[in-house]
Ligand binder design. Structure first.
Ligand SMILES: NC(=O)c1ccc[n+]([C@@H]2O[C@H](COP(=O)([O-])OP(=O)(O)OC[C@H]3O[C@@H](n4cnc5c(N)ncnc54)[C@H](O)[C@@H]3O)[C@@H](O)[C@H]2O)c1
Ligand SMILES: [Zn+2]
Length: 376
């Protein structure tokens, strides 16, 4: 077995460890009890994760002397709602847990965001531990303390910042993750390379197959992603500046998710981010900020791992370019009419670009729209 790697999120009094490795589910009780002595737990999970891994986690918690109530929710984005938040809070209170007890999120980003929010507001803030089980959650959502639910008016509109006390990323639980979800999480992993870690991106170009198969390369990649995210979070916990870089690919990506009505059959979040990152690089080329070779390199890598990289890869019809632009201008990263994008000077050289002209974006969307050929 490979040694686990520990990455620390440097937030002073609220600093915490992210442990990445194998066999961590078995050791979960011990890992939690050493950091939070005497704590009891409420494990929040979803049906898919429970079916595959809950017995192992309960055994692991028991071995470390951590007693646990379990709250199991239906899988899927719709679970990030007020009604399920109420179920989780009620489950925690029914188990008679107190502030020093611990809410354990055991699942993907949906469970992590919802359980973290419940931990943040129940008894004015309880201890919180993340045991992320999707690749997206291990490289992104479990780190940084953003928690919340969706409102009927939009995604992630209700929530709090509430940092975990510990993140345990067991790479072996990813073996049961559907390939499509693994790839979607991989897009967010590659994102850190494209933001400001060109060496990570080059390494992934050579080693992505090993990351997909598991073992030491997977630990290396996830640890590097967690380091990247931890750095940004430590610099800008509350997203006043730099943390926005993590939105690379997300402005185009969110517009495509909205344009496909958040229908996961057509497009899941990480796939939208993959296409969005390719578009952000191509658009940067169009704006004479980056070389076309860089955009081609990004496209080639996404294609190699089996991710969609252009709008034409989304099944079904897309709305026209004007409608896509409307989705972009409704996105929260618009301030006073100017469009803010994360653009790039090349692989690993992303930056926050304000005042991006909407007319340029519209022309670009028209040029890259899959029905372009039919318009002439
Ligand atoms: N808080 C943040 O900073 C942040 C960052 C990025 C994304 N998010 C949020 O994360 C959510 C997406 O997370 P996600 O992609 O993990 O989605 P998810 O939680 O819905 O998980 C994806 C699917 O995989 C299943 N699954 C998870 N782990 C599994 C495993 N080990 N074996 C088998 N099946 C498994 C789940 O049941 C689900 O069906 C979105 O709601 C997004 O808004 C939050
Ligand atoms: Zn994302």
């Amino acid at each position: 077995m490979n040694e686990p790697v520990t990455v620390t999120v440097g937030l002073g009094e609220r600093a915490y460890d992210i442990v990445i490795g194998q066999g961590l589910i078995e050791r979960a009780g011990e890992e939690i009890a050493t950091r939070l002595p005497g704590t009891r737990a409420a494990v929040v999970t979803d049906e898919n994760v429970a079916a595959a891994h809950l017995d192992a986690l309960q055994a692991g918690l028991g071995k470390g002397g951590v007693s646990a109530a379990v709250i199991t929710l239906p899988p899927g984005e719709k679970t990030k709602s007020f009604s399920h938040l109420q179920d989780v809070v009620d489950g925690i209170l029914a188990a008679k847990l107190e502030r020093r007890d611990t809410v354990v999120a055991f699942g993907g980003g949906v469970v992590g965001d919802l359980a973290g929010f419940a931990a943040g507001i129940t008894r004015r803030g309880m201890n919180f531990v993340q045991i992320p089980t999707s690749l997206l959650a291990q490289v992104d959502s479990s780190v940084g303390g953003k928690t919340g639910i969706n409102s009927p008016r939009g995604k992630n509109l209700v929530g709090v910042f509430h940092q975990p006390k510990l993140v345990l990323a067991d790479i072996e639980v990813l073996d049961t993750l559907p390939l499509r979800e693994f790839r979607a999480g991989y897009a967010e992993l590659a994102k850190y390379g494209l933001i400001d870690r060109p060496d990570l991106f080059s390494w992934l170009e050579k080693n992505w197959q090993a990351v997909f198969s598991g073992g030491p390369a997977r630990i290396t990649a996830i640890a590097e992603a967690c380091r990247a995210k931890a750095d940004v979070v430590a610099r800008d916990e509350f997203e006043q500046g730099d943390r926005a870089l993590l939105n690379l690919g997300h402005t185009f990506g969110h517009a495509l998710e909205a344009a496909t009505s958040y229908d996961g059959e057509r497009l899941v979040h990480g796939e939208g981010v993959a296409i969005g990152m390719a578009l952000a690089h191509r658009f940067s080329t169009r704006m004479n900020l980056a070389s076309s070779d860089d955009a081609s390199r990004v496209e080639a890598h996404l294609k190699a791992v089996g991710l969609p990289w252009r709008m034409a890869d989304i099944p079904g019809d897309l709305p026209d370019a004007e409608t896509l632009l409307n989705f972009i201008t409704q996105d929260k990263k618009v301030s006073r009419g100017a469009l803010t994008f994360i653009l790039t000077h090349g692989v690993g050289k992303s930056f926050v670009a304000r005042d991006v002209p909407a007319s340029e974006v519209l022309s670009f969307l028209k040029e890259n729209h899959p029905v372009r050929e039919n318009q002439f």
